[in-house]
Design a protein around this ligand. Structure first.
Ligand code: FAD
Length: 317
């Protein structure tokens, strides 16, 4: 079932969770353990992130450096299929522009259709570490809006491959990313919203936001979207702070602000346990306020920490 259909039929705020494929070498059991912890909250859908390959240089005998492509977290599509099959729940694989030609994207989407997957989150992807900025694959897409356009065309029966002209249409529900505190490359929030509007105009059905720790950032974003006639559901992305290190790593990696009071309280905490308690309690209060404001879904970034997520979900449930 489509994410938008879940939202349309819901009587209250729904829960959804985003999980990461396990590191290469681990088995699907770690995903099942995460799912077992989270199923209690009857999630409407489960997002599975996609992780691009990276280049590393490995030293060979004799000192020669060989460029090697590695993918640390493979298996997004397979994991979605496995979760759907075992838990009878809708999954949302993330698909990205980076590293894919439009033809390869088409093949991937056809696979998703075979597997009965109704939703995708369409993203550009970040620049890979060895490149200073995002470089699209030759024959691929430079922006998420273009990827959305390709999926929408497939939904209308128009494929890259002209031989597929008279085949059935796909029927994907398309999600895209939104940034209450703007995307790090955008010169300002208004410009970023202008491009978000393009994603919607090209066919996106809903928005999931980057995490934020100040609900006012989300509410302002919601209002600005309304002013721009963006009326698709906006799903807040939520994550608790669980360690002092994250006071640096979260702003560094996600380009978001942490509220003064939260930072002060975490800095004052005397133990790791106390830090976690403060982070979880902050997140619970955020969720309660968002739920009271009528958000359609609370989307939790689990980042491999399903127990903390479960504590929050239990308090808000
Ligand atoms: P876009 O919407 O293409 O925007 C990228 C930047 O380009 C923005 O600054 C935008 O303002 C600007 N822009 C857009 N269109 C144009 C244009 N026509 N001309 C000029 N500028 C333009 N990454 C992964 O690799 N895997 C994942 O699974 C993943 N999941 C995510 C889930 C969520 C909910 C979120 C919020 C992010 C996720 N990301 C993931 C990270 C995402 O890939 C990065 O934030 C990426 O840098 C931008 O992706 P986007 O889809 O928002 O890009």
């Amino acid at each position: 079932m489509k994410v938008t259909q879940h939202i349309a039929e819901a009587k209250d705020t729904l829960f959804s969770f985003e999980i990461l494929p396990p590191l290469k070498g681990s088995t699907i059991d770690s995903i099942y353990r995460t799912m077992d912890t989270l199923m209690e909250f009857a999630p409407a859908f489960i997002d599975v992130t996609y992780h691009r390959e990276e280049f590393v240089y490995r030293e060979e005998p004799g000192g020669l450096l060989r460029k090697k492509i590695i993918k640390k977290r493979p298996g997004t599509v397979g994991i979605c299929a496995a979760i759907g099959n075992k838990y009878k729940i809708d999954t949302v694989p993330h698909i990205i522009c980076g590293g894919f030609t439009a033809d390869e994207t088409e093949d991937a989407l056809i696979d998703l259709r075979f597997l009965g997957i109704d939703n995708v989150l369409a993203l550009r992807g970040d620049p890979i570490k060895s490149q200073p900025d995002f470089r699209p694959e030759p024959g691929g897409h430079a922006y998420a809006a273009d990827l959305v356009g390709q999926i929408k065309k497939m939904n209308e029966g128009s494929y890259q491959d002209p031989e597929l002209k008279n085949t059935e249409r796909t029927d994907f529900c398309i999600g895209v990313a939104g940034y209450p505190e703007k995307h790090f490359e955008a010169p300002n929030l208004n410009t970023d919203l202008f491009y978000l509007e393009q994603k919607i105009a090209n066919g996106a059905d809903y928005i999931v936001t980057q995490m934020f720790f100040d609900n006012n950032a989300f509410f302002d974003f919601q209002n600005k979207c309304k002013e721009r006639n963006i009326h698709v559901p906006i799903i807040p992305g939520i994550k608790p702070i669980t360690s002092k290190k994250q006071l640096v790593s979260i702003p560094k990696h996600f380009f978001i602000n942490l509220p003064d009071v939260l930072v002060e309280n975490i800095l004052k905490a005397k133990s790791d346990t106390e830090v976690k308690e403060i982070g979880i309690e902050w997140c619970i209060q955020q969720c309660k306020e968002l739920k009271a404001a009528g958000v359609p879904v609370l989307h939790f970034y689990t980042m491999g920490k399903s127990e903390e997520t479960a504590k929050i979900a239990k308090a808000v449930w």
